[in-house]
Design a protein around this ligand. Structure first.
Ligand code: G3P
Ligand code: CA
Length: 281
């Protein structure tokens, strides 16, 4: 399988613009980023929304009065979309860990958590890797894997976006369900050191006998999305020999981007997709 090198803006372009917001995706698109990774959850009234955290994150969330949340806020699954829309996620709280990680992020006050449908509709020429954020170790935090996956697939179908999305998850029940009900949709299999260590839970009973690329290949691929800090050149070669594409996350330093490209990865998920796009050769 040959494809152009796939540079994906992580949560939009998280180091530059507020994460997982419509304005952030649009601003990154204006810089030339045409593929985005994003995360989805489900509101109490059944809307698929673009948000990384199962509950409102105090590092990026202000309430309707403009006050920063002191602690983790309500769970997204507990709020209607109207109630969720009262929160502003267009700025990082000064002094927070996120502000230290992304000092160059430009605020865009007034941003709301968008629906997936709005994002797909607003960027009809962009491609998206949609991470279904369920966690089998904390099932009470979100909708179930099947319910969130089905709701996500319904949005993809309603917006006619099936040909320009990839669905991914650390929770492999998601991809297996997609394969059953929408075998035409491209899948990526996310892994991290933690999910591999606890594979019996994250991969729902499958304890891998062999390597991680072998486990992804056994699921049918076509994309393996590993933590780039766990990746080696040998693993890239092994994955390719198994017919997989390799899409590491979240690669933000040009030296790491360069090294991974030299190893032959097929794309990168990055908070600085602009840097990845500007790498020579
Ligand atoms: O796409 C993979 C990457 O986004 C996984 O990490 O925590 O940013 O969702 P996280
Ligand atoms: Ca993600």
């Amino acid at each position: 399988m040959t494809r152009p090198f796939d540079i994906q803006g992580h949560r939009g372009a998280r180091a530059l613009f507020p994460e997982n917001t419509l304005a952030g995706f649009q601003a990154a698109y204006a810089l030339g980023v045409t593929t985005f990774e994003l995360d989805v959850g489900l509101t109490a009234d059944g809307l698929v929304v673009v948000a990384h955290d199962p509950a409102l994150n105090p590092d990026i969330t202000r309430d309707a009065s403009g006050a920063w949340l002191r602690d983790e806020g309500p769970a997204i699954r507990s709020l209607s979309y109207a109630d969720l829309s009262s929160y502003d996620v267009g700025r990082v709280r000064p002094g927070s860990r996120t502000s230290l990680l992304f000092p160059d992020q430009k605020p865009h006050d007034g941003d709301r958590i968008p629906t997936l449908a709005a994002v797909l509709a607003a960027l009809p020429n962009a491609r998206f890797t949609i991470e279904v954020k369920t966690d089998p170790t904390r099932p009470e935090r979100t909708a179930s894997a099947n319910i969130l996956t089905d709701a996500t697939l319904a949005v993809i179908a309603a917006t006619g976006a099936a040909g320009r999305v990839i669905v991914e998850s650390f929770d492999w029940r998601v991809q297996r369900h997609v394969r059953q009900v929408r075998p035409d949709i491209t899948l990526a299999w996310l892994t991290s050191a933690e999910t591999v260590r606890n594979a019996a839970v994250w991969w729902n009973g499958t304890v891998p006998a062999g390597t991680v690329p072998e486990a992804v290949a056994a699921e049918g691929g076509p994309i393996w999305a590993p933590d780039h800090t766990e990746l080696t050149e040998t693993l890239v070669k092994e994955a390719h020999a198994l017919g997989l594409l390799v899409l590491p996350w979240t690669v933000n330093r040009p030296a790491d981007m360069r090294r991974l490209i030299d190893w032959g990865v097929d794309g990168l998920i990055s908070d600085r997709p602009d840097l990845a796009l500007s790498l020579p050769g």
